[in-house]
Design a protein around this ligand. Sequence first.
Ligand SMILES: [Zn+2]
Length: 109
Amino acid sequence: MPMVPKQPFNDGRPYHGSEAVQNGRLTGTTDTDHFYFFCPRCDGRHIMRVMNYEVREERMGGTTYANEEPRSEWDFILALKLHCSKCTLTDFIKIGNLGWQGGELPQRD
Ligand SMILES: [Zn+2]
């Protein structure tokens, strides 16, 4: 099967998660060890599709939290494009180890 070159994430356009996914509105869970995101607009636990990803940052570990042991092996941020097939919400989130890495997450209003 021929490899198709990966297109720029979000067609090269800027992106950022909307209010729909901020401040704890986006939740999810695992079944086995696979994580699923639940649509923040739909009732119940309607699973969102992960449409694409981008490696936003990637570098040798232990640079951001240099005084924390054990040090991370690799520092990274991934951006995910999520889509709900039920309500058509399309949104973005980021996950990685350069943000909060412990303690209590402060609640924002
Ligand atoms: Zn939805």
